[in-house]
Design a protein around this ligand. Structure first.
Ligand code: FE2
Length: 313
């Protein structure tokens, strides 16, 4: 059909994409076209704004490499990642869930580590942290033999992949749950950290007067055939940015209890008071065990980066 006017565009485009044979892909693409066209009509997008939007999408790609994923940061900064997570977990959004954002810093092949051991692999300052976590099915039965990846930032606010000064795989580990569905490890208490703002995400945050901080958290990814892979984070309620996470990841259910201790730690004589304990029980839903695509694959070289902090205004 030859287009006569603006009103013809959407039906003409839809009629072409309704030819897609795969029903799910057809549903997604046609809904996307409808919403995209009505978005342009609603805001009366100008030609200059359209060109800026294309430049923005190009910049997302240009700011992505093997150690940094700008697209994941953008999705998080728009609350889209949390929306997708909550739509797909907790009985499709009906109940609380341990599921949370993967974030841009999960790496495959974290080193297998014995329960109780430390994930500090090169000198890393910070308060000691001892973590116990349990993994159960929806009926409360312990899950034995689940592989649990842990990853976290340093006290300086860097994941090892961002920071050439840290050893490869520092503050990362893979643990196997025992008969009680339990893992334990030692580390340092994670710190909140800024997300990079040298790309389109930074532009968006500045325009909104938002800060670029994530509140302090520990990442978990639990994998066992027969269960939906559980991706989670446990947040520190005492972090000053707990209410304004730049990535909108914090849910009430995932606020942890980081308990301070002033006595010496028998299990870890190197811990200086105050050190902290954290305990959390996770529930895994039955389903298909699939690992996500790793958002990054490598480690940065050269100098430790400097990531500026934006103030919330
Ligand atoms: Fe993180």
């Amino acid at each position: 059909m030859i287009i006569e006017s603006e009103k013809d565009v959407t039906p003409v485009v839809l009629s072409e994409y309704e030819r897609i044979k795969n029903p799910r892909l057809r549903q997604i693409i046609t809904a996307f076209i409808r919403h995209l066209h009505s978005f342009a009509r609603e805001v009366k997008l100008t030609e200059e704004e359209f060109q800026a939007a294309i430049g923005y999408i190009v910049a997302l790609g240009k700011h992505t490499n093997e150690t940094h994923n700008e697209a994941v940061l953008m999705s998080g900064s728009l609350g889209f990642s949390t929306l997708i997570c909550l739509l797909n977990n907790g009985n499709r959004g009906q109940t609380e869930t341990d599921a949370n954002l993967l974030g841009p810093f999960w790496r495959m092949d974290s080193p297998l580590t014995k329960n109780g051991d430390s994930i500090v692999r090169s000198p890393t300052p910070g308060a000691g942290l001892s973590v116990d976590a349990w993994f159960k099915d929806t009926k409360g039965k312990p899950i034995e033999g689940a592989e649990v990846d842990i990853w976290q930032s340093s006290t300086e606010g860097f994941y090892e992949n961002q920071d050439p000064i840290q050893a490869d795989m520092n503050l990362r580990g893979k643990f196997i749950t025992d008969k009680e569905g339990h893992i334990a490890f030692r580390s340092i208490k994670p710190a909140g950290y800024p997300i990079p703002i040298d790309g389109p995400v930074g532009e968006l945050l500045r325009a909104a007067g938002r800060h670029n901080m994530r509140p302090s958290h520990l990442h978990f990814l639990a994998y066992k055939p027969g269960f939906k892979t559980l991706i989670s984070q446990i947040y520190d309620p005492n972090d000053k940015n707990i209410e304004t996470d730049v990535q909108f990841g914090v849910t009430h259910h995932l606020i942890g209890k980081y308990v301070p201790h002033d006595e010496a730690c028998a299990a870890a004589p190197d811990f200086k008071p105050p050190w902290f304990t954290l305990q959390h029980s996770f529930v895994m839903e039955s389903g298909t065990a699939k690992l996500p695509r790793p958002p990054i694959t490598g480690k940065a070289q050269g100098e430790r980066p400097e990531i500026p902090h934006l103030e919330r205004v």
